[in-house]
Structures are given as structure tokens and as C-alpha cells.
Design a protein around this ligand. Structure first.
Ligand code: TMP
Ligand code: ASP
Length: 238
């Protein structure tokens, strides 16, 4: 496999074309942003941790019957994935109230929801990724009805599978964000990343935050939290 031109650079990853039109090379960067990049930093080792965590979680999800874009890990900060056209819809699943849900709707923090809440956001940095309804997504052509139905089904399955997985590691899966793409065959595929950048993880016993909220809220030891997630899910250190 040969690395070709930079196809896209996001806040936390670079995507390169390869000599195989069906695959892309992902480089996980050390940069960390919050609040639509109003807050920025770079943490040496963050890219490697997210590359490894994401690879492990995508592998596990595939084993559990959730197809996704991940193919294989290449080195510390690179992985190979299937090329997809990312839908401009971000899907958030929440089990416990926190974050923008509480800010936006004034509901109390830390309440366990009766059932998982699925939300859609428009993937548009200039607009600050606004919350949208399913009707917005289908009417404006961001995703069709069939895709929305599939996305909801997959997102709640991922929540159940990862919720059980993390529970066994002493971690509460509070909420997370997923992105989906369409591959060359026209099939919907789970894509992007699943890492402490895109999930909220709380220690089951202490409720300590083990994710990007440590950066958003200046709680310190951001990298230590990411390392803790990696060591609990892999049994290995970095
Ligand atoms: P929120 O409470 O800030 O809306 O975040 C909900 C979940 O989605 C949380 O696990 C963090 C994740 N998320 C992203 O991965 N990217 C984003 O741009 C935002 C706003 C949230
Ligand atoms: N990922 C978003 C940003 O970079 C928002 C967030 O995660 O808080 O700004």
C-alpha cells in the first residue's frame, strides 16, 4: 500500500488517498480541540492512543456484527480504512444527561435516561454542528429515510454492545458520537473514530471523567485518562 495525496484534514485526523481507490489512510493527530475549535492544544501521544483505542473498538464491533470502515492498524498513528462518502449527519447517543443536552434544554446533569436518547447534528463547522431533526435530514437530502432508520438501529446497537463492554472494564459509557458513510457499493457503513475524543467515559466507582471533558473543562491529566481507557480495554500500557 502506497500513501498518496492528502484528501482531507480535520481537527483530529488527516485522511490520505492510497494506491487502492477503495481504501484511505488515516493519520491520528495529537491536536485536541473543543467548542468548535475555539479551544486548542496538542498532546504528544494523543494520536497514538486514539488510533489504538479506535482500532480496538472497531475490531470488537465488527466481531459483534457491526460492519465498519476499519481495515487494519498500520503503525502508532496510522490505520487503513475503507473509503466512504461521509454523510453530513453526526449521531449522538446519550445514556446519562450532561454536556450540551443540559446546556440546551436546562435538564439536570447526571440523570440516567429511561432509554438511550438518539440525536442528530448537522456536520458543519461553520454553523457549529447544529442539532437537527430527522425531518431536516431527509428534507434537505443529508440522509434518506432508509439511511436514518438504519443509522438509528446501528447507533443503538453500538450503544448496547459498547455499554456492556465498558461496564465489564469498570467504565460507564455516558454518551458518544458516531459518523456514517456510503461505500462504493452504496452500502451504509459506520466510519470516523470511536475514542475518548468522541465518547464520554466515567469510572464506575469514582465517576472520574476519562475522556475529552478533562480538556474541555480544564480538569488536568487529559493524556492520563486516555491511557487509562487504553489500558483497561487492552490490558496493555503505552
Ligand atoms: P455534547 O454533550 O457536547 O453534545 O457531546 C455529546 C457526545 O458527542 C460526547 O460524547 C462528545 C461527542 N462529540 C463529538 O465527538 N464531537 C463533537 O463535535 C461534539 C459536540 C460532541
Ligand atoms: N469536536 C468539537 C471541536 O473540535 C467539539 C467538542 O468535542 O467539544 O471543537
Amino acid at each position: 500500500m502506497e500513501q498518496r495525496e492528502l484528501a482531507y484534514e480535520g481537527k483530529a485526523k488527516k485522511m490520505f488517498a492510497t494506491d487502492d481507490p477503495a481504501t484511505m489512510l488515516v493519520e491520528y493527530k495529537n491536536s485536541l480541540t473543543a467548542f468548535n475549535a475555539q479551544k486548542k492544544d496538542s498532546l504528544e501521544g494523543k494520536g497514538e492512543l486514539n488510533n489504538r483505542i479506535s482500532a480496538r473498538l472497531f475490531t470488537f464491533l465488527a466481531e459483534e456484527g457491526i460492519p465498519n470502515h476499519f481495515i487494519k492498524i498500520l503503525d502508532d498513528t496510522h490505520q487503513l480504512v475503507r473509503r466512504v462518502r461521509i454523510l453530513p449527519v453526526e449521531v449522538v447517543v446519550r445514556n446519562i444527561t450532561t454536556g450540551t443536552l443540559c446546556k440546551r434544554l436546562g435538564v439536570p446533569e447526571g440523570v440516567t435516561l429511561e432509554r438511550p436518547l438518539v440525536e442528530f447534528y448537522l456536520k458543519d463547522d461553520e454553523l457549529g454542528d447544529p442539532l437537527i431533526t430527522e425531518d431536516h435530514a431527509t428534507l434537505f437530502g443529508w440522509a434518506n429515510e432508509e439511511q436514518i432508520a438504519k443509522i438509528k438501529h446501528i447507533a443503538t446497537s453500538v450503544n448496547a454492545i459498547l455499554g456492556r463492554f465498558f461496564d465489564k472494564k469498570g467504565i460507564i459509557l455516558v454518551d458518544f458520537k458516531l459518523e456514517f458513510g456510503i461505500d462504493s457499493a452504496g452500502d451504509l457503513l459506520l466510519a470516523d473514530e470511536i475514542s475518548p475524543d468522541t465518547c464520554r467515559f466515567w469510572d464506575k466507582e469514582t465517576k472520574k471523567k476519562l475522556d475529552k471533558d478533562r480538556f474541555r473543562k480544564d480538569l488536568g491529566d487529559v493524556l492520563g485518562a486516555y491511557r487509562e481507557i487504553w489500558s483497561r480495554i487492552s490490558g496493555e500500557g503505552i
